[in-house]
Write a protein that binds this ligand. Structure first.
Ligand SMILES: *Cc1c(COP(=O)(O)O)cnc(C)c1O
Length: 365
């Protein structure tokens, strides 16, 4: 069987360091926040070329607090894409604001920057691009539009640790960047985790207070806050994994290059990484009008695949109140119907990739 991801192999490759780090936290009893989490904040902010990192319990919390720190709430509109994980939209709704969708670019699957301006109204407060699958959105035009309309830019970088746009790391290009450390993400905790990064000291202070009940100091609650703190054990685990993130990212990029070569003649749509981007391949998705048949055929070869995502958010029942229908965002809908995510993780053996490619080519014939 070729799994879609393999967390066990990675754990075994760093088991001694992880086990030692976890035991150290148990011994210190710094179970929530604490010195390991503080050190992780500094290290991950530095990795993302940002001044500040605020460690949180999930990536969803990072999005929620980023929006709150930017002053977004009821009556405001936030522009984002419907072709994303539901958390992007959910976080906007948590604040009371309304998500306003813009379709994706059919080549990169990130926000179509040519459609942003027509979605801006007097209520628009922020643009929330998603670096889908690990490739940066086209940030320069987004920043330029934001500057002209006085909007905040919040990056959903949950799938894009270490991704770059024109030589700059994502997360620190806009006003606030939001990362997830869900176990299957490119940098994954052994439980839930997330982080917001920013260069703005005010946003940093606000998010730091909001994650811990809005306290300025103990029991002095100056804001209505949340319990969004990171566990000490997750901080320690993530610090160990930070030592390997670059090697793992390079391994993902090499896997993608190998798939590109193996599948060049397959007739499938392959991922398009723009030359000015460092795509970190959280997901390697191929595209085919016969996607479901292809998935079944790979399943029959004992090859696990995924679909990210089969239903765009504007067609989800939970967001029917937004009033959208089939046809509103045609590129998002086409991608949702046609993409198939192939096995992708840093330790994926080259022979497995060859097997995947062979199975794909034989099923297409
Ligand atoms: C994973 C993910 C999130 C949410 O992160 P959690 O840590 O699971 O809360 C948000 N946006 C995108 C695009 C994601 O992939």
């Amino acid at each position: 069987m070729i799994p879609f991801v393999d967390l066990k192999t990675q754990y075994l490759s760093i088991k001694d360091e992880i086990d030692t780090a976890v035991l150290k936290v148990l011994d210190s009893t710094q179970f929530i926040l604490g010195s390991e989490v503080a050190a992780l904040e500094a290290e991950f902010a530095n990795y993302s070329q940002a001044s500040f990192g605020i460690a949180l319990n999930t990536g969803t919390s990072a999005l929620h607090l980023a929006l709150l720190a930017a002053g977004i709430g009821a009556g405001d509109e936030v522009i984002t894409i419907p072709m994303t994980f539901v958390a992007t939209t959910a976080a906007i709704c948590y604040t009371g604001a309304t998500p306003v969708f813009v379709d994706i670019d059919p080549v990169t699957y990130t926000i179509d920057v040519t459609q942003i301006e027509q979605a801006i109204t007097g209520r628009t407060k922020a643009i929330l691009p998603v670096h889908l699958y690990g490739q940066s959105a086209d940030m320069d035009p987004i920043l330029e539009i934001a500057r002209r309309h006085n909007l905040v830019v919040i990056e959903d970088a949950a799938q894009a640790h270490g991704a770059e746009y024109k030589g700059r790391r994502v997360g620190s290009i806009g006003d606030i960047g939001c990362f997830s450390f869900y176990p299957g993400k490119n940098l994954g905790a052994y439980g839930e985790g997330g982080m917001a990064v920013t260069n703005n000291p005010e946003y940093d202070q606000t998010m730091r207070m909001l994650r811990d009940w809005g306290q300025e100091k103990r029991y002095h609650h100056v804001l209505k806050g949340y319990n969004y703190r990171m566990d000490g054990i997750q901080g320690a685990i993530l610090r160990v994994k930070m030592r390997y993130i670059e090697a793992w990212t390079e391994a993902r990029i090499a896997c993608a290059a190998n798939y590109n070569e193996l599948l060049a003649e397959s007739g499938l749509g392959l991922p398009s990484a723009l030359p000015h981007n460092r795509h970190v391949y959280h997901i390697y998705a191929v595209r085919s009008p016969q996607r479901d048949a292809l998935q079944q055929s790979l399943q029959a070869h004992d090859i696990q695949t995924g679909i990210h995502y089969p239903i765009p958010v504007h067609l989800q029942k939970s967001y029917s109140e937004l009033g959208h229908k089939v046809g509103d965002f045609p590129h998002s809908e086409a991608v949702a119907n046609e993409v198939l995510s192939l096995p992708m993780y840093p330790e994926l053996p080259i022979e497995s990739q060859t097997q995947v490619a062979k199975a794909i080519i034989s099923s297409i014939r």
